[in-house]
Design a protein around this ligand. Sequence first.
Ligand SMILES: [Zn+2]
Length: 256
Amino acid sequence: MLSFIDSHAHLFLPEFKEDSETVMQRMMDAGVEKVFLPNIDSSTIDDLLNFEKRFPEHAFAMMGLHPCSVKENTDGELNIVKQQLSQRKFAAVGEIGLDFYWDTTFKEQQIAAFSTQIDWALLYGLPVVIHSRNSTRECIDIVRSKQTGSLKGVFHCFSGTADEAHEIIDLGFYLGIGGVITFKKSTLPEIVKDINLSYMLLETDAPYLAPVPYRGKRNESSYIPLIAEKIADTKNREVAEVARVTTENAAGLFNF
Ligand SMILES: [Zn+2]
């Protein structure tokens, strides 16, 4: 039986309210032993922490403010994140970053919130989980400005160019690879082909971005092997090797 880690899934969201028990059972039956849960904002913290409490051996919470929730009340939101980080240990500061796809109204606030939360990750010695939609370049530049040697993390759902992938690796960061790699028109296989497995994490980003043949449906952590198989095909490797190396990568990054 192969063993995997889902480095990024929002299983605490309402999409899973009715059947989270079954979703977690299917995850474990698929060999996915651990799932890391990125926070969104203050409205999701209770559900996140309750979910983690229900599956203590398998689900691990991160804490952070998602860039899509950076709006008028960013200071209040950041204060809550800061308070949470000071209260207990989290797997990572996440998810944080920039999203210039939906809305750039709060661009400056997004940049400031990202920067502040990276500082907190450094303060607590935690990795960062970065959302970089339509902003890979800007996220790389900010990470570079903060990288003094101890900053670690992952560009979740990596969607940049081959050059950007190499810049991220050179900064000591991982690439989070999810269901997008199975999509017909994805450019990810071309990029992943030339990148060593030791720089990759597997992720679903459930409930979003389900891999083929579930594209468009609700995603869940039990689909991780489909992503691993696609990476194995692309790189002409055994799935077992993809499972082993990406599991080591995630366990090392999150220190679990
Ligand atoms: Zn996410």
